[in-house]
Ligand binder design. Structure first.
Ligand SMILES: [Fe+2]
Ligand SMILES: [Fe+2]
Length: 272
């Protein structure tokens, strides 16, 4: 299968580059399944139902979230009726929505999508390692699902790499999100899982992790907030990772994707 994961869509600039390019990419690369992280899609904080529908309408098959999952209060309600919107699985029992779902691709294949949050320098949620065992045991790759994509939303590179190795051989792709700056280590782990420590945001990189740079700089200097964080509005770079899987559901090829904006462009050479 041909899979594409796109990192945190940051505000209007991020949404614009996604809406502009995803329909073309889907067609040009003959993509079977696309996952988009939407935790920063609405003004940098959370996601609305209208934005969620927009993303699904231009070719996303599933949308993952993170620590900003419920910043827009309406998400607490509409997530219950949107099976393609996935929030971190290790929130406490009773949290609205679902942390994993088996979603049918256009070609009929079944794809497990899981969202999980790390705990280093983040909220102390349930143990992500125990939780992923539970999810993967319930839906083993090659038996119940044809591909499995795990979005590990975490701050520490160490935790992101440890988590990737922990699920190596059990999923098609373990992709890191949340820190918003892509790492240069996209590769296939020894057990066959595609991996990147951090896929990077889809937003304007002339910013501080997607936000207009003035207020973050002021806060570092003066230690007092003087205005709200606003998403940077310049041209955004779409950041993602492209993966091709084999018959066993494990990764055969992986490459970073960067389109538009200020980062050096790159595309997979194996789908030309
Ligand atoms: Fe984010
Ligand atoms: Fe985040």
């Amino acid at each position: 299968m041909r899979l594409l994961f796109i990192g945190d869509i940051l505000g209007r600039a991020g949404r614009a580059v996604l809406l502009e390019h995803l329909p073309n990419l889907r067609r040009r690369w003959k993509l079977d399944f696309v996952v988009v992280n939407g935790e920063n899609a609405a003004g940098g904080f959370g996601i609305t139902e209208a934005i969620c529908e927009d993303f699904l309408g231009v070719g996303a098959d599933a949308i993952t979230l993170g620590n900003h999952a419920f910043d827009q209060r309406e998400a607490l309600v509409f997530i219950e009726r949107q099976p393609r919107l996935i929030r971190p699985a290790n929130y406490p029992p009773g949290t609205p929505g679902r942390g994993a779902n088996l979603i049918e691709a256009e070609n009929g294949a079944k794809v497990l999508v899981v969202n999980m949050m790390g705990r280093v320098f983040m909220d102390a949620l349930d143990d992500p390692f125990a939780r992923i065992d539970h999810e993967l045991t319930a839906c083993p790759l090659g038996l119940v699902c044809d591909a499995a994509i795990v979005d590990f939303h975490a701050e520490a590179t160490s935790e992101k790499q440890a988590f990737g190795h922990y699920i190596d051989g059990r999923v098609s792709l373990s992709v890191g999100t949340h820190t918003h700056v892509p790492t240069a280590d996209a590769r296939i782990l020894s057990g066959g899982t595609g991996f990147i420590t951090e896929v990077g945001m889809t937003g304007d990189y002339e910013s501080v992790i997607g936000m207009d740079k003035e207020e973050p700089i002021r806060r570092f200097i003066r230690k007092l907030p003087s205005s709200r964080f606003e998403p940077a509005m310049g041209a955004a770079t779409l950041c993602g990772v492209a993966v091709e899987t084999g018959a066993d559901g494990l990764a055969r090829k992986i490459a970073p994707v960067r389109i538009g904006g200020r980062l050096a462009p790159t595309e997979p050479d194996f789908w030309k």
